[in-house]
Design a protein around this ligand. Structure first.
Ligand SMILES: Cc1cc2nc3c(=O)[nH]c(=O)nc-3n(C[C@H](O)[C@H](O)[C@H](O)COP(=O)(O)OP(=O)(O)OC[C@H]3O[C@@H](n4cnc5c(N)ncnc54)[C@H](O)[C@@H]3O)c2cc1C
Length: 417
């Protein structure tokens, strides 16, 4: 389907995916224009990075800059109920390549990545790009006004149009591409708060609620809070997102443990219908990358890893020629990677994942448990840190153990309702 050599690339969307892709392509000598319409939301989701994201940030050369404005993240804490919680430190994971991560304010983080793209040679056009469908075919072109906005950088249609528009899903919507929807119909309500406590400083916290779950992501001077709750249920807490968020915090036995008087310091943003994965990733002269290709769920913080990993994989495919074989390989890689997260995240919602953690804690002092633990320690946690989500064996082991290793414990007690 990709017919000619790719020299000029138009990337639509200058989030982490688009900017990282621009960086890799410019380094390889491609001519890249990046359209970013940057509207400035009060806050943006996607603040907790898994450790496997760090090598990508190092490659962009921005780790020191990111460290300066972020919170150091040493591990993860899971709160099952009022009595039980489990924390683990990334440094304690056997075979971990990266033993820490960061929680990042996204406004600053996105600008850091965009600046690298610009320094490497990408032309940044700070306005929305418009794309048109060519007849009834599955082909697209940049609208004349978007070519004109490049002020002579593009003299004709680019060789490749990359859709990196995130949840906007520009090309999947325009071309009506087939997609799979996950099984949840939750609403995520998100805001920054002050006066919220932590079990372990800097850790990303995942709390199981009466209905749904919540995140607590410590940022410098404040806490990012997300309530991920069944869309019909959350409506019973008020008519606006703010009412629903504030009332829910006062209601749930778990959120009440977060502190006597949490204070919300931003408006509340609402996300719905985000569990979407396209079944196709490329066509004649276009390709999808990052969230617009697929996003599974916020719970294990896989989004930014997928953004950087898919940007790198797509750059590799384009630099290798961008022909049918390379694009097919790229598409397969992303679909497989999304599938691995999907499987693990399903085990989170069914309660099997946390039940497995608990069983592991209970048996690890026995001789049998000690032996098994050495092996599991190398594979299981590294699936959550993102280092082993592309390892067939590790992903299989998590799946197998969640299905067959629960030692008669009932997973439904820890399922997310
Ligand atoms: C509720 C929720 C919580 C999440 N929490 C986490 C988390 O803790 N950790 C994590 O890693 N991930 C998280 N994610 C996922 C994360 O936000 C995304 O995976 C990540 O932002 C994807 O990056 P991207 O560059 O593909 O898309 P985006 O970050 O969405 O960037 C897309 C860019 O395209 C631009 N754009 C759109 N249309 C146009 C146009 N026509 N012309 C020009 N520009 C355009 C937008 O302005 C935007 O800047 C969460 C997602 C959700 C829904």
């Amino acid at each position: 389907m990709m017919s000619k050599p790719i020299n000029t690339v138009a990337i639509i969307g200058g989030g982490p995916t688009g900017s990282a892709l621009a960086f890799h392509l410019c380094k390889a000598g491609k001519k890249v224009v990046l359209f970013e319409r940057r509207t400035v939301p009060p806050v943006t989701v996607g603040e907790s990075l898994v450790p496997a994201t760090i090598p990508f940030i190092r490659e962009l050369g921005i780790e020191e800059e990111v460290r300066a404005y972020s919170t150091f993240k040493p591990g993860a804490t899971f709160v099952f109920n009022e009595e039980e919680s489990l924390s683990f430190s990334f440094a304690g994971i056997r075979g971990a390549a990266t033993e820490y991560s960061y929680n990042v304010p996204r406004d600053k983080f996105d600008l850091s990545v965009e600046r690298v793209a610009e320094k490497t040679g990408a032309l940044i056009v700070r306005e929305a790009a418009r794309v048109e469908r060519v007849g009834s075919e599955e082909r697209v072109r940049l609208a004349e006004e978007s070519i004109a906005a490049t002020e002579g950088f593009l003299k004709e249609q680019p060789d490749l149009i990359v859709d990196a528009t995130g949840r906007v899903r520009l090309l999947p919507n325009l071309l009506r591409l087939p997609f799979k929807h996950g099984s949840r119909r939750d609403t995520a309500l998100f805001a920054h708060c002050e006066g919220v406590n932590q079990v372990i400083e800097g850790n990303v916290h995942t709390d199981i609620l009466e209905r749904g779950w919540a995140w607590r992501i410590p940022l410098p001077g404040k806490m990012s809070i997300g309530l991920v709750i069944d869309s019909d249920h959350i409506k019973t807490f008020g008519s606006t997102s703010e009412e629903q968020f504030d009332n829910y915090l006062k209601h749930d036995p778990i959120t009440k443990l977060w502190g006597p008087d949490p204070k919300r310091v931003t408006p509340v943003l609402k996300y719905t219908n985000y569990q979407l994965c396209s079944e196709r990733g490329y066509g004649d002269g276009w390709v999808l990358c990052g969230d617009t290709f697929g996003f599974v769920d916020p719970v294990l913080s896989s989004g930014l890893l997928m953004a950087f990993d898919s940007a790198k994989a797509l750059a590799t495919a384009i630099i290798a020629g961008g022909g049918e074989t390379e694009m097919k390989r790229y598409e397969k890689h992303v679909i497989k990677h999304l599938g691995a997260w999907h499987q693990t995240i399903d085990h989170f919602y069914s309660g099997r994942l946390f039940t497995l953690f608990k069983v592991g804690e209970n048996v690890k002092e026995t001789i049998f448990g000690k032996l098994l633990n050495l092996h599991f320690q190398k594979h299981l946690p590294r699936v959550f840190t993102g280092e082993a989500t592309t390892s067939r064996y590790s992903v299989w082991l998590v799946d197998f153990m969640c299905k067959h290793g629960l030692m008669e414990e009932d997973p439904t007690e820890l399922r997310v309702r």
